[in-house]
Design a protein around this ligand. Structure first.
Ligand SMILES: Cc1cc2nc3c(=O)[nH]c(=O)nc-3n(C[C@H](O)[C@H](O)[C@H](O)COP(=O)(O)OP(=O)(O)OC[C@H]3O[C@@H](n4cnc5c(N)ncnc54)[C@H](O)[C@@H]3O)c2cc1C
Length: 396
């Protein structure tokens, strides 16, 4: 089977094809899943390893700051995530968080901010995190309450963030906080939010709680108590934080779809091999039409998800607005990957739920992708909002 056949789709340029092939090969040799029990150490080691091998250059934008290209290359990020996810979930996580955590700086940072952070992120010398969600503001992110008030020539942050990936091991956090009235009831709303860079170890910043999840990776609740940062730590303009967050998510939401695709492709590889090897009723599992129908559905789901994912990535790289297309890609790819992986677990029978089996770990890995960076229901609402706006009388 030619596992790279889809790379000749018109979405990709030569550099993308080369990246995907080389990373797939490298990952097969260097990445080993499952990792040990100490997930923090494993994640730190993966960031260093991916940085040293040069792959993290694709997670940041700006060649003068260590990036592989002048701007964020969405297709490169997506292909990298797909390849890494196919081999090791934690490696995909490590790559993705370097990109998501520094994405606001790549897209909106000053020269000074880019110089200070991006090269270290690209080398794997600094670990990044993106802190948007709060205990009372997950899907309803515009309800965020973490506050930043002006204090002389700086800002003072007070409040909490939760579900923050890399929380506890990150060297810096991009934190979204309320600096003004949001325009809605009780001051909430998308206006009046600003983005700040907070270094680990800044007085008044602490890890309030570590959170354990079904597919272990570093995750924490953060607390800010009179945490002072200089004015030069603001990313973009005051009050533009929501725009900064959404533009970052437009890139990384599509890359969540790509990671789901990598997990699903691995599940299909495992299912094909197992179905052909497993003797049953004097034949093999693959000889039965029920099995063939399942495999056919899995492959079709995967190609449909890949088309939506790389359409969104390609469109963004053309400089087009992709809010709807990124939401469609994330919705379709994560939901169908869950079905594909569940189908693979079923084909494995009892082995499918045995700890240590690849399909068992994929089953745990995929679940959170349907929730974070906007749950599937939120993606549906985004798609519907865009559709209705387009269909409004007088809309271009
Ligand atoms: C493993 C993991 C890693 C994460 N990493 C990060 C990170 O690095 N940085 C960060 O800022 N956040 C992160 N998050 C947070 C994530 O983005 C939120 O969990 C997500 O946005 C959902 O918010 P919530 O958990 O508060 O759920 P809620 O907002 O309480 O939503 C619960 C459920 O309600 C449903 N729902 C939502 N809206 C609607 C609606 N309008 N109508 C009907 N149903 C609806 C959805 O099914 C949703 O799952 C992470 C989460 C997880 C699980």
């Amino acid at each position: 089977m030619n596992r790279h056949a889809y790379l000749d789709w018109p979405f990709f340029e030569e550099r993308h094809v080369a990246l995907a092939r080389e990373l797939d090969c490298w990952a097969a040799i260097h990445l080993h899943d499952p990792h040990g029990k100490d997930v923090d150490a494993a994640c730190r080691a993966l960031v260093a390893q991916l940085g040293e091998a040069g792959w993290l250059r694709h997670a940041v934008g700006g060649s003068e700051y260590g990036g592989a290209a002048d701007t964020i290359d969405t297709r490169a990020i997506c292909l990298a995530r797909e390849m890494l996810a196919r081999h090791a979930g934690l490696a995909d996580f490590a790559f993705a968080m370097q990109g998501l955590g520094s994405g606001a700086i790549s897209l909106f940072g000053t020269r000074e901010q880019k110089g200070r952070y991006l090269a270290r992120v690209a080398q794997g010398a600094a670990i990044a995190a993106f802190a948007l969600s709060e205990p009372q503001a997950g899907s309803d992110v515009a309800a965020l309450q973490c506050a930043a008030r002006r204090d002389g020539d700086g800002w003072v942050l007070d409040g909490e963030k939760t579900w923050i990936s890399n929380g506890g091991i990150a060297d810096f956090y991009v934190v979204f906080a309320r600096t003004g009235d949001g325009g809605g009831e009780g001051g909430r709303g998308a206006r009046g939010i600003s983005a700040f860079i907070v270094d680990a170890g800044t007085p008044g910043f602490e890890i309030a709680e570590r959170i354990e999840v079904i597919a272990p990776h570093p995750l924490a609740r953060l607390r800010f108590t009179g945490c002072r940062v200089g004015a030069e730590r603001m990313i973009g303009e005051e009050g533009q934080g929501f725009k900064v967050a959404m533009a970052t998510l437009d890139v990384f939401r599509t890359s969540v779809a790509a990671a789901a695709l990598g997990f699903a492709r691995r599940a299909l590889d495992e299912a094909l091999a197992h179905a052909q090897a497993r003797p049953m009723f004097g034949k093999t599992l693959a000889d039965f039409q029920l099995t063939q129908a399942r495999l056919a559905q899995m492959a079709t789901d995967i190609d449909a998800a890949a088309l939506l994912t790389y359409r969104a990535a390609w469109m963004r790289d053309q400089g087009r607005r992709v809010t709807k297309e990124a939401a469609m890609a994330k919705l379709a790819a994560t939901e169908s990957a869950q079905r594909v992986i569940d189908g693979a677990v079923q084909l494995f029978g009892g082995l499918g739920v045995a700890s240590g089996q690849v399909v068992e770990s994929l089953y745990r890995e995929i679940r959170a992708l349907r929730i974070y960076e906007g749950a599937s229901e939120v993606q549906l609402l985004i798609i519907a909002r865009e559709l209705l706006a387009d269909a409004r009388p007088g809309a271009a």
